[in-house]
Design a binder for this molecule. Structure first.
Ligand code: AMP
Length: 317
């Protein structure tokens, strides 16, 4: 099995200035799996309540995602998150977070989950991310987090980041974590930690994403140009799913591969193309039936839009 993801499986209530949905299948691990499953085999680890129906489980299992390690807790309630987006659809307020079965979640990886080549620690309590990382024999791992954990569990989060190969975080969160004003300075500050990842990916919302590698490499990808965005929920997780899923597919094809700047740069383009589809409908609805070719088309378009070698640049003489 190539990617194991540990994180929230949820119901989301989402409203924008234009439309709303009261109860959609969501959660960080759910959005990640929808995206990563275009590229590789995915196994999801996380708890749900007995309000999580077989129909929801079937959606989680889209494109063959393995749900054997999803624990349906008898008498428990599935994690519920409710958010409202502002006019720009870039900023949102969290209105409700009901942890439900996550309150007592103590992950024990199955043998199959522990043996995955790649591990993604979606946004959960950093101490739990560390416990999961310690149980896994993954060759390559990445982690996401959020401002809440920088506020209340910073030391655990710093330790968890030191345990993985790649940190994926919003640029505001990188600034908050390091007290630095630019994303580049924040990345340099993290690379200077005693234990640091070898790559950092800054998610920049509607501005795209940036990669920094500890050896001084970097890459920038713009956001895919869209006529309209319906629901940005899960954009970060589906971006991460595309990035990590692509890396896992490359590692599955070539076990001796080094996940370097070039591999990650391509992964950023795949993550961007995948997330661009996710935001065009509520929840992950657009991804359920999407053909992989629709992602490939946007990868090709991004390559075309960012080509530089055919643009006359005066300084080149
Ligand atoms: P994103 O839009 O990529 O930041 O991810 C939104 C998803 O994260 C939603 O589907 C939520 O269910 C989930 N989520 C929101 N808050 C939390 C939290 N505190 N812990 C875990 N997952 C969360």
């Amino acid at each position: 099995m190539s990617v194991t993801v540990v994180g929230s499986i949820a119901f989301d209530g989402v409203s924008t200035p234009y439309d709303r949905r009261d109860r959609l299948p969501g959660g960080a691990a759910f959005h990640f799996a929808q995206a990563a499953s275009f590229f590789t085999d995915v196994r999801v680890v996380g708890p749900v309540g007995d309000d999580y129906g077989d129909d929801h489980m079937a959606l989680l299992a889209t494109r063959g995602t393995n749900v054997d390690d999803v624990d349906r807790v008898a008498g428990g309630k599935t994690f519920f998150w409710k958010g409202h987006y502002h006019e720009d659809l870039n900023t949102r307020d969290t209105l409700t977070t009901e942890l439900g079965v996550f309150e007592t979640f103590e992950p024990e990886l199955s043998d199959a989950a522990a043996a995955s080549d790649v591990l993604f620690l979606a946004n959960i309590v950093p101490a739990i991310q560390r416990k999961v990382r310690a149980q896994s024999s993954a060759r390559w791992s990445a982690l996401d987090s959020m401002n809440l954990w920088i506020d209340i569990a910073r030391a655990d989060l710093v330790a968890a980041i030191g345990d993985v190969d790649c940190l994926i975080l919003n640029d505001e969160e990188l600034a908050q974590l390091t007290d630095q004003r630019t994303t580049y300075a924040a990345a340099r500050a993290i690379f200077a930690w005693e234990k640091a990842p070898s790559a950092i990916i800054a998610k920049q919302g509607s501005y795209g994403a940036q990669l920094f590698t500890a050896d001084g490499g970097g890459f920038t990808v713009p956001v895919f140009p869209l006529e309209s965005v319906v629901d940005p929920t899960g954009a970060g997780d589906s971006f991460a799913g595309g990035v990590v899923g692509y890396v896992a597919a490359r590692l599955a094809a070539d076990p001796s591969l080094t996940v370097d700047r070039d591999v990650l740069a391509t992964a950023l383009v795949y993550g961007t193309a995948t997330a661009s589809h996710n935001v065009e409908a509520f929840g992950a609805e657009k991804l359920y039936e999407l053909p992989t070719s629709a992602i490939e088309e946007r990868v090709a378009r991004l390559a075309q839009l960012t080509r530089f070698d055919d643009v006359p640049v005066a300084l080149r003489g």
